[in-house]
Ligand binder design. Structure first.
Ligand SMILES: [Ca+2]
Ligand SMILES: [Ca+2]
Length: 406
């Protein structure tokens, strides 16, 4: 009897050992729009582009992007409308064509609703079945929203290009006031919030600054996070997900004429470092980034269950290949963060398959709206003039907004 128990114990131990450095099936995936290139791409955990899906048959100028827990992608059209794609890249049609004016930034909250920031001062919340839950135009704020994020309680935070405020809204859309009053010089574009509710705002005041500003959950400025190579591009999109970390989309700028790319924050060095190649549109770059999280099925049995916890517990402190064994955040060490990721998905079913093979995309051309957006990035005078013109049209006409701006 004692011998049998020993065999069982040895078999169990061997099985565990073989899992310790096996890549688990549910790798995270990163998606980014090619703002001037009529496409969005999927990247794997180390920044390699794995698929590129053209949107030009349906709309030419993608803006923000979000991915839900089933892997379905929601992509904004700078000229108006929201579109859906399946996780394999199949076009699923129009998701919403209300609130036509320029959806700029998309995020899915913890309850699985899609929240969209529009350039005409509107924020709207939709169920993933397409029902409009609320839609308000905050005209009095005078903000042309370009970035949106939610905290752990699903409060909504928004920024607008050329504005120094981070504003906060309740889950029902009620305006809750300023969350942050940013100090100059800043040219904010987009916002992300991490697991501890720290708030990150891209600061595109290139070439003077070009960093990511970090604030506490209570709105206190903490530090400026530098971006390696930011003299070649400017930060615009930003996204955080625990199993991947903090990513920033670096946009082409008209000083250096370099393609866009994604940079990732390196906790050890304290610097954003290049994550993808400089390949996101010969003109412009990622206006939106979405992260499909790792699926922490560390033991590869198709579910996130107790056995995955056992593997994590038995290998704490081990050095492994990124996203193998129980390394849910891909930092090469089995650590507390990997437990947190496991716990957040406990009981979940498998993650969806990755996108399909690449599709050819045409040469990019410059849409009117982002032409204006980027002019605004580098010219306060242009921004102010365009802003005055925009105010004339807010609430009167949404279709063709971009055309009217320039
Ligand atoms: Ca499992
Ligand atoms: Ca880890």
């Amino acid at each position: 009897m004692r011998t049998n128990c020993l065999y069982v114990f040895l078999l169990f131990t061997l099985a565990e050992s073989s899992q310790e450095d096996t890549a688990f099936a549910g790798m995270p995936a990163i998606y980014a729009t090619h703002a001037g290139g009529g496409a969005f791409s999927q990247f794997n955990w180390n920044g390699t582009e794995t698929s590129k899906i053209s949107t030009v048959d349906h709309f030419p100028y993608p803006s923000g992007i979000a991915v839900d827990s089933a892997g379905t992608l929601y992509v904004g059209n700078q000229s108006g409308g929201l579109y859906r794609y399946a996780s394999d890249g199949t076009y699923l049609g129009v998701f919403q064509d209300q609130n036509q004016a320029a959806p700029m930034s998309l995020v899915i909250d913890h309850e699985g609703n899609l929240i969209v920031a529009y350039f005409n001062s509107r924020i709207a919340k939709y169920s993933l079945s397409g029902q409009s839950l609320w839609s308000f135009q905050y005209v009095d704020l005078g903000m042309f929203f370009t970035g949106i994020a939610v905290d752990s309680s699903d409060n909504v935070f928004a920024v607008a290009q050329g504005d120094t405020r981070v504003v906060k809204f309740a889950t029902n859309g009620d305006y809750l006031g300023n969350a942050i009053q940013m100090q100059s010089p800043i040219l904010a574009s987009n916002i992300a919030i991490d697991s501890n509710n720290n708030i990150y705002v891209t600061n595109s005041q290139w070439p003077q600054v070009s960093v990511v500003e970090k604030y506490s959950s209570t709105g206190d400025w903490l530090t400026s996070l530098p971006i390696a190579g930011s003299n070649e591009a400017s930060p615009f999109a930003i996204a955080f997900e625990p199993s991947v970390g903090l990513l920033v989309g670096m946009m082409w700028n008209n000083y250096t004429n370099q393609p866009g790319y994604i940079a990732k924050y390196n906790e050890a060095s304290g610097v954003f470092e290049a994550f993808t190649n400089r390949l996101i549109s010969p003109v412009y770059g990622p206006m939106g980034i979405a992260i499909a999280p790792a699926f922490p099925d560390y033991g590869n049995d198709g579910m996130v269950g107790a056995e995955d916890y056992v593997l994590w517990r038995r290998t704490i402190g081990a050095t492994v290949s990124p996203y193998s064994g129980a390394d849910g955040n891909g930092n090469g060490t089995v650590d507390q963060a990997d437990y947190d990721i496991w716990r957040s998905r406990f009981g979940n079913a498998p993650s969806p398959p990755p996108l399909g093979s690449a599709t050819n995309v045409p040469e990019p051309w410059i849409p009117a709206l982002i032409s204006w957006v980027f002019a605004a990035l580098f010219s306060r005078k242009t921004f102010n003039n365009s802003a005055r013109r925009l105010r004339k049209y807010i609430g009167t006409r949404s279709v063709g907004l971009a055309k009217r701006l320039v």
